[in-house]
Design a protein around this ligand. Sequence first.
Ligand code: F6R
Length: 371
Amino acid sequence: DKGEHRHFMAKEIHEQPEVVGHTISAYLDPVARRVTLPEGGLDFGRIDKLTLSACGTAYYAGLIAKYWFETYAKLPVEADIASELRYRDVPYMPGGAALFVSQSGETADTLAALKDAKAAGQQTCAVVNVPESTMAREADAIYPTHAGPEIGVASTKAFTCQLATLACLAIGAGVARGVLSREEEERLVGALLEVPRHLAEALAMDEALRDLAHEMSGARDVLYLGRGVSFPLAMEGALKLKEISYIHAEGYAAGELKHGPIALIDEAVPVIVLAPKDALFEKTVSNMQEVMARGGKCCLISDEAGLAEAARGGELWGRVPVPSLPEGRLTGLLAPLIYAVPVQLLAYHAAVAKGTDVDQPRNLAKSVTVE
Ligand code: F6R
């Protein structure tokens, strides 16, 4: 049932404050402001390396989590797409663990990579949305996401629930490894508890994003730029756009621009810039200004303060104001969850404008059980 929405995808985008709330409450104690990871899970205090793998959108959630595990838990993480990981000669070392992310829990490559890691003596765990799935059965430990059934082929709420789960795991790992103090844990948990509210605020942009997306729907190519945690989100934005609107899009690390893709820039290629006010904001904006200086049209996704600061660099084609987030280290934790919303809505409205089959894009299946 789509309720008041035209598509399951729209319904699922709008469900995010609620389902992310459910997911967070499975892993956090809101009163004590502590992370409460389930019994029988990974013992992060005893792990010296984490191998992280998945496919598609779930992989981008994993890549964002790599930054979090490094920042909050000082845990070395290697992340790779499952179809590569399973065919590499990975030198798995004793004391390592492997974490797999999957909405369906059935993706063939991810499942094969999980079995390989297990056979190589790694502790395995799976962040899955379907608790009775094959991956959930095969893994030593599971961390369920509580997104509920996802019908739209393009993953939206499953992605943010994966992020919510992984954020809790990274903080829990930081505590277990003695990296985070009690005060830091409280601050991070307190910030995560605000995510459903920020998501609801971000969803209020829905209408405003429609016009921008309509304009974008005429483009042949779109670039998405971001740094740090916003780099995987840029790739996720590009994936979402291409799979449902069939517009060619690429997500790039903003710093890579001058190493090739800047050659693509002209007034026909919209550039979506993801720049939360974190430590990398100035660097990303300066990359954006390089694009603008070459006649590129840029749409900046940031908070009001970020948009005001960037406005000094010239006329933006698009401005997407996202709710402002707490400063400093907390922005890096919250931004991927909140900035996911405008990224999803842009893709959704561009696809609606083009009249594609949003919930059932051509050539795609919800669950990829063959390699
Ligand atoms: C994109 C999308 C796919 C899946 C990928 C992995 O919107 O849905 O990229 O993320 O096929 O699927 P799961 O998470 O079921 O392993």
